[in-house]
Design a protein around this ligand. Structure first.
Ligand SMILES: [Zn+2]
Length: 421
């Protein structure tokens, strides 16, 4: 055991270099750049060490095109005897750079014990850590049982349909026993799952007329005002009072939430160079996009019914109130049981490396575990990886080198317990 941790520490330089190499490939999503390059880099490295490497394009998946093909790579190392398969899955895509950087977002600069760059913590540092952990374990245990898999997949930041969802649909998790997703959840926390999500559009309908005689039309924006008013009085208080037993972090997300993502009504906003005035019209259409996050204790049918019932209450009070609700996207909540094998093993490894108990958490938003659970039908899955969650998607994103080494130790020890002799 100690030998594993000593060896991971000895490979710190290699871990840094691999993280830098990954950061320097700007796999921006959208639109999905350099996916093939990053997959070939990971596959080239592991292939040279005897792993079986498969490049998988998610042909026909949402987001895939010939201009921006959705490439994934799945690498597998067979042990010396039959046994279980442990799969590490990391998404290789990163979000837009945004404003406010003081470092080169794709430079992989090292300073103050950190590696900087877009994707450093979310989650190229996590991918590098799982690769070094798996290599170190395999080098020290050439007679291990079962198999180790490492996949680098596309599009997690935009729903994962060209990545993990595609692999799950193709049955790539059918023979897998344990999945660890090295998302940046902090090295002493084990993430068991996530809340559910329902995105929808609510449209109120009106009738266009001249703005000087609004009584001849019907104002869709006023109808939407009534919807938001009703939400303030009934729906928001109701959701705030609905607490969950899921250990969601941060604390504020340990309840049902609703975000009003956008509202658009009436004439479209004109370009900045338009110098004219608006025309006088009563808006005949207003669209509100909602983002409802729900709990494992809630049922999605009930979540939707609550909104419909609210709309019906308004309709009973407002003459001519007409509306439509359109579903955009939905994911059910998921939570791996605390006594699942992968949870127990990683919990023991955290204790061994850091001398304290791992905290169980649940993510407020979804990540690729949803596809592994629902399409892949595998519940034995967690997110565990180095990096501070709050830094994800921020300017000057970084990953702590010592955190990567510690988390790498945890991953290698987990492999030892699951596949070691
Ligand atoms: Zn991520």
């Amino acid at each position: 055991m100690d030998r594993l941790l000593t060896e991971i520490t000895a490979r710190e330089g290699e871990l840094i270099a691999l993280t830098q190499e990954l950061i320097r490939i700007p796999t921006l999503n959208p639109p999905g750049l350099h996916y093939r390059e990053v997959c070939e880099m990971v596959g080239g490295r592991l292939g040279a060490r005897g792993w079986n490497v498969q490049m998988v394009r998610a042909e026909g998946a949402r987001g895939d095109s010939d201009v921006h093909p959705r490439w994934n790579v799945v690498c597998r190392l067979e042990g010396a005897a039959p046994g279980e398969t442990v799969h590490f899955n990391g998404h290789h895509d990163v979000v837009a750079v945004g404003e406010g950087w003081t470092r080169d977002p794709f430079g992989g600069e090292v300073a103050d014990g950190r590696v900087y760059g877009r994707g450093a913590c979310d989650m190229k540092g996590g991918i590098a850590t799982s690769i070094i952990a798996a290599e170190t374990f395999a080098d020290l245990n050439p007679d291990f049982r079962g198999a180790i898999e490492i996949s680098a997949t596309a599009d997690e930041e935009s729903g994962g349909y060209g990545g993990v969802a595609y692999l799950a649909e193709k049955g790539r998790f059918a023979h897998v026993d344990h999945v660890i997703i090295p998302e940046p959840l902090n090295k002493d926390r084990i993430c068991l799952g996530h809340r559910g999500v329902w995105w929808a559009e609510i449209e109120t309908k009106g009738r266009i007329a001249h703005g000087s005689m609004p009584f001849l039309g019907d104002c869709a924006v006023r109808h939407m005002g009534a919807v938001i008013e009703e939400m303030e009085h009934t729906l928001f208080p109701l959701l705030a009072g609905r607490r969950t037993d899921m250990p969601v972090v941060p604390e504020g997300a340990r309840q049902s939430t609703l975000n009003l993502n956008s509202v658009h009504g009436g004439e479209p906003v004109q370009d900045a160079d338009y110098t004219g005035l608006p025309s006088a019209c009563v808006p005949d259409r207003c669209v509100l996009t909602i983002d409802r996050r729900f709990l494992i204790e809630e049922d999605i049918a009930q979540v939707k019914r609550e909104v419909t019932e609210m709309m019906e209450r308004i309709r009973a009070e407002r003459p001519e109130f007409r509306y439509e609700i359109r579903d955009l996207f939905e994911v059910l909540p998921t939570m791996t049981p605390e006594d699942a094998p992968v949870v127990r093993v990683v919990q023991e490894a955290v204790h061994e490396v850091m001398g304290k108990s791992a905290e169980f958490v649940v993510s407020p938003g979804t990540y690729d575990q949803k596809h592994i659970d629902r399409i892949g039908r595998l519940r034995n899955c967690i997110a565990y990886g180095p990096g501070v969650l709050d830094l994800a998607h921020q300017p000057d994103e970084w990953i702590g080198i010592a955190d990567m080494v510690d988390a790498g130790g945890v991953m290698a020890l987990a492999l030892q317990r699951l596949l070691g002799r």
